[in-house]
Design a protein around this ligand. Structure first.
Ligand code: GDP
Ligand code: MG
Ligand code: ZN
Length: 338
C-alpha cells in the first residue's frame, strides 16, 4: 500500500465494486472504468508477509493469484485512465477496514505451509452491517443473529438489525422479542419487502454508506433490494447463482451502487465466514452488554465467564441484566473460537 508512484499526474481515484480474475470495475462518480492492475502493484502485494529475498514466485503460486489478489472489492484505488474507458490500477489506498476470512487452500498443503494461513479479503471499506432476519418463515435464528453482531463488533462497525416479513406477524410480539437488541443499543428497522413497510426508513439508513447485508437464505434480502431499487435484487440474484457454482466463490462478490448514493453488498452463502483472527479477541468484548463487566470477575481478565466461580457476567445473567439467550450465544462463540 505504500508503493511510491512515480507521478500522480493524470491519475484518478475510484472505487472497485466488482472484479473477475485480472479485471476490476472501478466506479468514479456515475461512471465505470474497467481496469487491469500494474505488474508492479501485483508483485508488491501478492506476498506481503514474505521476505522478498527468500523466495521467488513459482508457477503454482501465480496460479493462485486470485486468492491473494492485492485489489479487493471495496478498495479505493488510483488508476491511470486510458482514452477508452479502461485504465490501469497503480495504487490501492489504505483500507479503513476489511471483511476477511481464512482462504481456501484447495489442498495445496505445501503452499499453505510456506505461507502460513492466507487471508482472503471479501470486501473492504465498509461502513455498516445490516443483519437481516425474518419475523417468520424462517423464524428468527437468534444464535445466528448474535454471531453476525459479534462479527460486526469484531470489525468495530455499527450494526443495524432489519426485521423483515413483519406482514406475517403481530408486530408487537416481534418487537418484544427483539427488544433485547434495542436495549443494548442496536438500531432496528422493521420491514415488509412485499408490502413496502419500512423500506423508506431502510433507504435512509443505506444512503451514502457501504453496507453489507448478512442474513440466512430466505429471509428476504433479494426482495428487500428489489423493493429499494427495482432491478437491484435481480442483479444480486444473478451474482449469487454464479457464486454458488464458482470455486473461488466469495472473491466474486459484487457491491451494488445505489441510486441515492452508497453501495450494498449481499453475502450469499456466507453463514459462517470464520472471520480473520477472531481467536485473538476476547469473545466477551464482542457482546457489547458484557463489556462493563469484563475484569470484574474473581479471576479478573482470566475469566472465560463459563465455569468460573465469582463471575460478574454470570451474575448479571442471573439477575436479568444480561439476556440468557445472548449469554448462550456467547458460550457458543467462546467454544468455537477456543
Ligand atoms: N410475506 C413476505 N414474504 C417475503 C418478504 N420478503 C421476502 N419474502 C419472500 O421470502 C422468500 C425469500 O426471499 P428472498 O428475497 O429470495 O430471500 P433471500 O434468500 O434472503 O434473498 C420469497 O418467496 C419472497 O417472496 C416479506 O416482507 N413478506
Ligand atoms: Mg437472495
Ligand atoms: Zn467472568
Amino acid at each position: 500500500m505504500d508503493t511510491p508512484i512515480t507521478t500522480h499526474t493524470g491519475l484518478k481515484t475510484g472505487r472497485v465494486f466488482k472484479k473477475t480474475i485480472g479485471r476490476y470495475w472501478v466506479r468514479i462518480g456515475e461512471e465505470t472504468v474497467v481496469c487491469t492492475i500494474s505488474s508492479k502493484l501485483r508483485k508488491t502485494l501478492i506476498y506481503p508477509e514474505a521476505d522478498p529475498s527468500s523466495r521467488r514466485p513459482t508457477v503454482d503460486q501465480v496460479a493462485d493469484i486470485q486468492m491473494v489478489d492485492p485489489v479487493a472489492v471495496g478498495d479505493e484505488v488510483r488508476f491511470r485512465p486510458a482514452d477508452d474507458e479502461t485504465g490501469m490500477i497503480v495504487e490501492v489506498l489504505e483500507r479503513r477496514n476489511k471483511l476477511s476470512r481464512r482462504a481456501v487452500t484447495h489442498g495445496r498443503e505445501k503452499w499453505e505451509a510456506d505461507h502460513k494461513v492466507l487471508e482472503q479479503v471479501i470486501v473492504t471499506n465498509i461502513d455498516q452491517v445490516v443483519a437481516v432476519i425474518s419475523a417468520r418463515r424462517p423464524t428468527p435464528s437468534w444464535r445466528l443473529l448474535d454471531r453476525y453482531l459479534a462479527d460486526t463488533e469484531l470489525l468495530e462497525l455499527p450494526a443495524v438489525i432489519c426485521v423483515n416479513k413483519v406482514d406475517l406477524v403481530n408486530q408487537e410480539q416481534i418487537e418484544s422479542e427483539v427488544q433485547v437488541y434495542a436495549d443494548i443499543g442496536y438500531k432496528l428497522v422493521y420491514t415488509s419487502a412485499i408490502e413496502g413497510q419500512g423500506i423508506d426508513q431502510l433507504r435512509v439508513i443505506l444512503k451514502d454508506r457501504t453496507s453489507v447485508l448478512m442474513g440466512k437464505s430466505g429471509v428476504g434480502k433479494t426482495t428487500i433490494l428489489n423493493a429499494l431499487e427495482p432491478g437491484l435484487g435481480l442483479a444480486v440474484q444473478e451474482v449469487s447463482d454464479r457464486v454458488n457454482k464458482g470455486r473461488h466463490t466469495t472473491t466474486h462478490l459484487e457491491m451494488f451502487p445505489l441510486q441515492s448514493g452508497g453501495f450494498v453488498i449481499d453475502t450469499p452463502g456466507m453463514r459462517e465466514f470464520a472471520p480473520w483472527r477472531q481467536q485473538e479477541v476476547n469473545p466477551a468484548w464482542l457482546f457489547r452488554e458484557m463489556r462493563p463487566f469484563i475484569g470484574r470477575c474473581k479471576f479478573g481478565t482470566d475469566c472465560t465467564h463459563s465455569h468460573e466461580p465469582g463471575c460478574a457476567i454470570k451474575e448479571a445473567v442471573k439477575s436479568g441484566s444480561i439476556s440468557e439467550r445472548r449469554y448462550d450465544s456467547y458460550l457458543r462463540i467462546l467454544r468455537s473460537s477456543g
